[in-house]
Design a protein around this ligand. Structure first.
Ligand code: A2P
Length: 335
């Protein structure tokens, strides 16, 4: 791909879209042009970028003409509606939705894990689910040294996973409860402030919700390891931004904790955060706005001699979405 790139952000006004703008700027992405697309609700708005106010236009038939890369983060139905059109126009779509992730012709890429998969694209590259990316970042370096057999994940997911509106809703709910009022619910089925509930995606016949199945299926695809057994319980918690995950890993033989700690400390995109004396480990407020996935509390599983326990926090909007997408774009451009 050429060195100065024409980029469109589909969903530019959203939580991930806004972060994409920030990352393209702060990472000095080589832009020849930047086009901001959203729904007709946002047409006429402007967003600041590199000292200018860029117009937001409603996505339409002509939106992808002369565009090299589309960073799409406007939900699955919008991606399904526009991705083919963008590819027809000659663009590569890096899609943050779940619309194409499990399509065998679409690579599912975490640049620290399977960058080579990006080269096999046929116009669309999928950005994995946020909880999956964060888990993959911590588990992959260990899996490289000793293949993991089984993963049990429990997640503590922030409001940001459901977008800007959901983050606002959490603040409004908290205020309403403090005022003794009934909290309004729109983005979520139940009040999230001072509460938590299992992830509100559709549940399958086995009792697993979509978010949990994304962690199962997407991790296997990214690792190219269909044999790994994975089970997840995904829970929404009243945190604004940055997800947390408790991960239990089972290997074929014991994995020395000191070795795991050393591997995590040296893994790309991951930061070891542990102060056992102070009982200080990764927290969502520390992960917010950070590129790295914070990993700590690595310990031997006392219930299984070949098991490890770890705890992680990662910014769901950043490495869980926008940063991973920009890193894929950088792979395409060769930087
Ligand atoms: P808009 O702001 O015009 O609604 P979030 O994940 O924070 O909720 O953001 C979703 C993003 O996706 C926003 O930029 C939103 O634009 C955009 N979006 C939602 N629906 C559509 C649609 N039908 N066509 C284009 N963009 C859409």
């Amino acid at each position: 791909m050429k060195s100065q790139v024409r980029v469109a952000i589909l969903g530019a006004t959203g939580a991930v879209g806004t972060e994409l703008l920030e990352l393209l700027d702060s990472r000095n992405f080589p832009l020849a042009e930047l086009k901001l697309l959203a729904s007709s609700r946002s047409a006429g708005r402007t967003l600041p970028f590199r000292g200018e106010q860029l117009p937001v236009t409603a996505v339409g038939e002509d939106s992808f003409k002369n565009i090299d890369i589309v960073l799409a983060s406007a939900g699955g139905s919008t991606s399904k509606a526009w991705a083919a059109k963008a590819v027809e126009s000659g663009a590569v779509v890096i899609d943050n939705s779940s619309a194409f992730r499990m399509n065998p012709e679409v690579p599912l890429v975490v640049p620290e894990v399977n960058p080579e998969a990006a080269t096999t694209h046929q116009g669309i590259i999928a950005n994995p689910n946020c909880t999956t990316i964060l888990m993959a970042m911590a588990v992959w370096p260990l899996h490289q040294v000793q293949p993991v057999k089984r993963i049990i994940a429990s997640t503590y997911q922030s409001a940001s996973g459901a977008g800007f509106q959901a983050m606002e809703e959490l603040k409004i709910q908290a205020q309403a409860i403090l005022n003794g009022e009934t909290p309004p619910t729109k983005s979520f089925p139940y009040p999230l402030a001072f509460n938590l509930f299992p992830h509100n995606t559709a549940i399958n016949d086995l009792g697993y919700c979509e978010e949990e199945m994304k962690m199962v299926n997407e991790t296997r695809k990214i690792f190219n390891a269909p044999e790994i057994s994975i089970s997840a319980t995904c829970v929404r918690v009243p945190v604004l931004r940055a997800h947390s995950e408790a991960i239990n890993l089972e290997f074929s033989q014991p994995f020395p904790v000191a070795k795991a700690r050393e591997i995590i400390a040296n893994a790309p995109g991951v930061k070891l955060v542990e102060d056992w004396q102070a009982n200080y480990f990764p927290m969502p407020i520390d992960a917010t706005g950070k590129d790295e996935v914070l990993v700590g509390r690595i310990r031997q599983d006392i219930s299984h001699q070949s098991g490890l326990e770890l705890w992680l926090c990662g910014d769901q909007i950043r490495k869980g979405a926008a940063l991973n997408a920009v890193q894929i774009a950088e792979l395409l451009v060769g930087i």
